[in-house]
Ligand binder design. Structure first.
Ligand code: GDP
Ligand code: MG
Length: 179
């Protein structure tokens, strides 16, 4: 139909979460070598094309850190305003990061009140079994309360990382098609 890959180009997906939870590690496999070098410097934006359900979609992925998140929420180019979709990451080994994830969800809701933005809550670092502080049930329950999708990942083992981004693409398509 009309809604092919080209029309979906440059959907901005923003990664949010406390420092050290694994945001940059989660997106690392989607990056090309030259992006990786540029990324050491500053604001990390890059595009990646995924084939999902036989259809291509290009996402513009914005990886945030302390520097670019310092911009006031009110600022028009704040990551809180720029995204068409959000990935909120916490570490299952860090309860404080889980609490921050809830705060970020609340901030997003406040900033983008009228919009029905796709959001996925991500519990990362599942490989660190013995340091786990947040159970999968807690993560799932939090996602229900905050009305978003949920997935647990390990960036190190590449477990569920592809699934996370495919899920993001499917959510975006669902909203667009009004299904
Ligand atoms: P960011 O600040 O959210 O971008 O986090 P980084 O991607 O820079 O990761 C912070 C640290 O956590 C690095 O040392 C990563 O190697 C490590 N890390 C990230 N993801 C995982 C994971 O899934 N498992 C483990 N064991 N370590 C991880
Ligand atoms: Mg980072």
């Amino acid at each position: 139909g009309v809604s092919d890959g080209r029309n979906e180009a440059h959907l901005r997906v923003v990664l949010l979460g406390d420092p050290g939870v694994g945001k940059s590690s989660l997106v690392a496999i989607f990056r090309r070598e030259q992006d990786r070098e540029a990324a050491e410097q500053q604001l990390e934006v890059f595009d990646c094309t995924l084939m999902v359900d036989g259809k291509e979609t290009t996402l513009l992925v914005m990886d945030t850190d302390e520097r670019n998140m310092k911009k006031a929420i009110e600022s028009s180019d704040s990551p809180m305003r720029l995204g068409n979709a959000y990935i909120i990451v916490y570490s299952v080994t860090d309860r404080a990061s889980f609490e921050s994830a809830s705060e970020l969800r609340i901030q997003l809701r406040r900033t983008r009140q009228a919009e029905n933005i796709p959001i996925i809550l991500v519990g990362n670092k599942t490989d660190l079994v013995r340091s786990r502080e947040v159970s999968v049930e807690e993560g799932r329950a939090c996602a229900v309360v905050f009305d978003c999708k949920f997935i647990e990942t390990s960036a190190v083992l590449q477990h569920n990382v592809q699934e996370l981004f495919e899920g993001m693409v499917r959510q975006i398509r669902l909203r667009r098609e009004g299904a």
